[in-house]
Design a protein around this ligand. Structure first.
Ligand SMILES: [Zn+2]
Length: 326
């Protein structure tokens, strides 16, 4: 039986002669080039973290260029300010943000909880992730807001209340949020009645985006920091949002563990009082070579990162000026 392979064996010398001939005399066949690569590599995903200038109050928006959005706190609903109406809704409209992956409330004080009812009328979210249960959240609202919340509850899909504690994790694409505090066995929020103890029960989130880390600390003070330091969890972060608006927080021991490059203080007017960063805390930051940004001086502060490098932009035109100082 014969097998045909389609190839004819030629003596080596004949082959060489044919090759030389083809190089010397024959017209060269047109050379086909592969078409140039037109596909450009996708730009690296980017995270922007905006610390809204809200006077003495917190509101932080994390947005990735591939479309994930997490809002941590919604600013103030007291002292003549209403951050949701004044800044958040116009910002969401301008940037066509219609949905949040998560709305996190570090603790239900009025300078963090804002007006969740109006917020939900303009931007969709399915749940409020917080350190408390629904009953505590409801009693934290002003009577007017509580009434509005009850009315709104009967009109649209229900908002779930998700209680977070140490060890819980949220993930949206490349954006990871690790909950470091409060511990799971902390006293239930309904039993914590003093304002300072409620501050020290704030959610503390460590944000991971590639190699870049940010630490968001709600209103944690030095007492809460001590408890968190004792857990031995990793705390290192390139960016630290100072606990409790830069007052009564951020000990030397805390700075030695977190080792931030930048610190953000969400401070300024609170019901007619200017609540500035405590001078001793500012001195500690200087000693530890930490660059301080203050929303009362710099306006909105925006961290931009591709997960490897990091830059900071400030927007002084957004500095919050209370009505009585305008
Ligand atoms: Zn606060």
């Amino acid at each position: 039986m014969t097998t045909h392979t389609g190839k004819v064996a030629l003596p080596v010398r004949v082959l060489l002669a044919l090759m030389l001939l083809s190089l010397a005399g024959c017209p060269r066949p047109p050379v086909k080039h592969d078409p140039p690569q037109t596909r450009t590599p996708a730009p690296p995903n980017e995270l922007r973290v905006r610390f809204f200038a809200a006077g003495h109050g917190d509101s932080i928006l994390l947005s990735t260029s591939d479309g994930h959005r997490v809002l941590v706190d919604a600013g103030r609903f007291v002292g003549g300010d209403h951050l949701v109406r004044r800044r958040l809704i116009p910002f969401f409209r301008k940037h066509r943000i219609q949905k949040l992956d998560a709305f996190v409330v570090t603790h239900p004080h009025p300078d963090h909880l804002g007006d969740p009812v109006m917020l939900r009328q303009h931007v969709a979210f399915n749940a409020i992730h917080t350190n408390a249960d629904g009953a505590v959240l409801l009693t934290s609202l002003t009577p007017g807001l509580r009434k509005a919340a009850r009315k709104a509850a009967g009109q649209g899909p229900p908002v779930r209340i998700v209680t977070l504690a140490q060890g819980d994790r949220l993930q949206f694409g490349q954006l990871h949020l690790h909950v470091l505090h409060p511990p799971k066995d902390a006293p239930p929020p309904a039993q914590v009645t003093s304002l300072s103890a409620q501050n020290d029960r704030s959610l503390v989130l460590r944000v991971h985006f590639g190699a870049v880390k940010l630490l968001l600390t709600g209103d944690l003070t030095i007492r809460g920091e001590k408890k968190l330091l004792a857990t031995g969890q990793p705390l290192f972060a390139h960016v630290l949002k100072l606990g409790h608006h830069g007052r009564g927080s951020t000990s030397n021991a805390w700075l030695r563990r977190v080792r931030p490059r930048y610190a953000i203080a969400t401070c300024g007017d609170y019901m007619g009082r200017m609540e500035k960063v405590c001078p001793k805390l500012a001195a500690r930051l200087k000693k530890h070579h930490v660059k301080l940004y203050r929303t009362d001086l710099h306006g909105d502060v925006v961290i931009i990162t591709d997960g490897r490098t990091l830059s900071v932009k400030t927007h002084p035109k957004h500095i919050y000026r209370p009505r009585h100082l305008k």
